[in-house]
Write a protein that binds this ligand. Structure first.
Ligand code: HSE
Length: 401
């Protein structure tokens, strides 16, 4: 197969952009060079000569010699406008912007089909783990039943540092920021938004299901407290922020992002620090597990390079599960076994919102109920203003009956 030479216009020269520049310099097999770099701040000191930079997006988008756009900027709205313009003028795009893609997924798929230009985004999910390409290409016939992963490096780093090394969550977050793992607004990481955007992309490629991120249940690690962490320690479990999607018996998909108790026989148990891990379960090949660095300049740049390389062979996502199957819809009725921790309410009051209760602990100031409820009632309980509540998942359950 012949390989196209790629002339790249790069948007953004932050942590990942600079990592990409360095990695490209060290990848002689790739016929790709960065022709121009568009940045926002004219006053910032940069490591390359001034003539490599522009502040005007049109210098890239209107340059006919540039056939590939790599978008690595922080502002997801600006990224959306740039990516749309690039696809409309027939330039293929590589992006790592999970928020932008998750919020405009359907439109961006349609735009690729209309224009024939490709949008690749392996770096947007789990950085160095080639999960999107696997879901798209390898699992195109053997249908997926379950996908579950630690998909955010910063929160996994924070959980590891607090649980294993006794660091405070704030000190661990500051380390994650210094190491270039965290989003510029770290609430995106700790409140579970980043993991949810990644789950939206996984849902598209795993099941052909396109969802509005707002419709996916999300609970971050910011509300975790010492009681549930102590519970985990006593039972030799770890708490991990997971993104899960699984096919129900009725064909619909259950999806959520929340902290989960993970036992030592689960491959996710050993996924620590900035690492991410993804488990898949398919009809024929059964369980598989992928692991790798989930954030940071070089691991993210390596996924961008892989997409650039794929573009040189004219690769496009076909969105096969949308093309050949009737995509499953997101279930509104998802039952979960959880530990729900709260204050200012009685165990009896809380238990009324559960279908089955297996353990309770009533104390002052904090109590918990372990049992089976559904995501709607859990959301309601979590929103009780004075309860300062949190929840940790044991498992998604099909039915408690
Ligand atoms: N902030 C993200 C994370 C970066 O920590 O996983 C990689 O997507």
């Amino acid at each position: 197969m012949s390989r196209k030479t790629l002339n790249i216009g790069l948007f953004g020269f932050g942590c990942v952009g600079q990592g990409l520049y360095e990695v490209l310099e060290k990848t002689p097999t790739l016929q790709a060079r960065i022709h121009r770099i568009c940045v926002k701040d004219p006053n910032k000191q940069r490591s390359l000569p001034d003539e490599r930079f522009t502040f005007e997006p049109s210098d890239i988008l209107n340059d006919p010699s540039i056939n590939t756009v790599v978008e690595l900027i922080d502002d997801s709205e600006a990224a959306y406008q740039l990516v749309k313009r690039a696809l409309k003028v027939g330039k293929s795009v590589v992006s790592a912007n999970k928020k932008m893609i998750a919020e405009h997924f359907e439109e961006l798929i349609a735009l690729q089909q209309e224009t024939g230009a490709a949008l690749l985004y392996e770096a947007a999910v789990c950085a160095s783990i080639p999960i999107i390409r696997n879901l798209e290409e390898y699992y195109d016939n053997d249908l997926l039943e379950h996908i579950e992963g630690i998909v955010n490096g910063s929160t996994n780093y924070i959980l590891t540092k607090t649980e294993r090394d006794n660091l405070s969550p704030q000190a661990a977050l500051e380390q994650a920021q210094a190491l270039g793992y965290a989003e510029s607004n770290p609430a995106m990481d700790v409140e579970g938004y980043d993991a949810k955007f990644k789950l939206v992309l996984l849902l598209g490629h795993a099941f052909g299901t396109l969802v509005n991120p707002k419709d996916v249940f999300q609970l971050g690690i910011d509300r975790l407290g010492s009681l549930e962490l102590e519970y985990a320690r006593e039972k030799s479990l770890k708490v991990k922020l997971v993104a899960v999607a699984q096919r129900q018996a009725n064909g619909q998909i259950s999806a959520l992002v929340m902290p989960k108790f993970v036992s030592a026989d689960d491959p996710l148990y050993s996924v620590d620090d900035v690492f991410n891990g993804v488990k898949t379960k398919t009809h024929f090949s059964d369980a598989q597990f992928f692991a790798g660095r989930g954030a940071g300049a070089y691991p993210t740049a390596s996924a961008v390079i892989s997409d650039i390389s794929a573009l040189s062979y004219d690769y496009k996502y076909e969105y096969k599960k949308r093309k050949f199957l009737v995509p499953a819809t997101l279930s509104e009725q998802v039952q979960v076994k959880v530990l729900f921790r709260f204050r200012g309410l009685s165990v009896a009051e809380v238990s009324r919102h559960f279908d089955a209760v297996s353990e309770t602990f009533q104390s002052n100031p904090e109590s918990y109920v372990i049992g089976i409820t559904d995501l709607k009632r859990l959301q309601f309980l979590l929103q009780t203003p004075w309860a300062n509540a949190s929840a940790v998942l044991f498992e998604i359950v099909e039915s408690h009956l």
